[in-house]
Design a protein around this ligand. Sequence first.
Ligand SMILES: Cc1cc2nc3c(=O)[nH]c(=O)nc-3n(C[C@H](O)[C@H](O)[C@H](O)COP(=O)(O)OP(=O)(O)OC[C@H]3O[C@@H](n4cnc5c(N)ncnc54)[C@H](O)[C@@H]3O)c2cc1C
Length: 332
Amino acid sequence: MAHINVIGCGVSGLSTAIRLQEAGHQVTIISRDHFQDTVSAVAAAIWFPFSAEPQDRVNAWSKETFDVFRQLAKEPEKTGVFMTDFLVFIEDPSYVYWESALPEGIKSPAAPGEIPEQYHSGYYVRVPLSDSSKYMPYLMDRFQSAGGQVEYRTVTDLEAEARRADWLVNCTGMGARELCDDQELYPIRGQVLRLKKTDTPVKCFIDEYMPHRIAYALPRTDDIILGGTAIAHDASTEEDTQATRTIRTLCTQHQPQLKDLEVLEVKVGHRPGRSSVRLEREPGTNIIHNYGHGGSGYTISWGCADEVVKVIDPPDRSEMDVDPLDRPEIGR
Ligand SMILES: Cc1cc2nc3c(=O)[nH]c(=O)nc-3n(C[C@H](O)[C@H](O)[C@H](O)COP(=O)(O)OP(=O)(O)OC[C@H]3O[C@@H](n4cnc5c(N)ncnc54)[C@H](O)[C@@H]3O)c2cc1C
């Protein structure tokens, strides 16, 4: 059993901490923010690869995560995860970057007339949706029930922090920009509207043809999330009222019944964009990075968490180049 500190309690930190705690380690999460105040709490969140690289690793993590979510969706009231039929509108098939990540057997045709003429095509995919307002508390509860500890504080010195445990896992999302001086990390601003759910049926859909357009509606248990925006290098946190109007207009073009639903809240968050997800052990140290998941933090969460576990508990221990437990300078 190792003493492991995980920085961050967004979806990456919580998933990783759960895997490590349930693998028999003693894990403490250290976080600046409560999980309700993270970027993860802004996402709806649908399983769908978006704005994360490299594609081959993202596809593998996505598929692994899909299987875990499919299991969690068997208890939707407990986990907040459920399977949903997601209607995808395709304007330009050369833009469809997610196709290779889709597990087999989840696609089905749209009904005649469901795809307007101006689109090239469209289809349904049956995918998991994690209602973050329920899924995040579920994750935290699962972690603490397994014996995990939580400390709320800001980490300012990664190397000093690493001396306090056998392993330190860095799941700080955009926070890594300052903590690791990682200038490759940049914000991709997202804005969503949270609407009041009524008895009117609303389809779960996405019409995404970046950079021209992104519109989606994600009906959850008690509300409906409408999106969205994805503006790289925009760190502003205030509502953009023009974007609010555009989101409503674009979504209403697909589903007129969304026009009059009451807006409960407008939320803004910054996806941690990076040329590639940073999931690696920092050479010669006991620090493992797991951040930079872009717009796919949920979609790849369990795949990434499992990869962190493999670094700490390799299937063949001889693969380890340095065993941090042998390093005298690491305190317990
Ligand atoms: C509008 C929007 C919609 C999205 N929709 C989806 C979707 O449908 N599907 C999907 O898969 N993804 C979606 N995403 C992307 C997803 O939300 C992110 O990829 C994911 O939340 C990143 O999670 P994280 O745990 O890495 O970071 P975060 O959730 O940002 O958590 C970072 C954690 O690190 C802590 N921290 C940071 N710095 C420090 C420090 N110095 N010391 C201590 N603690 C620190 C923070 O307090 C926090 O606990 C969406 C994002 C947005 C903004």
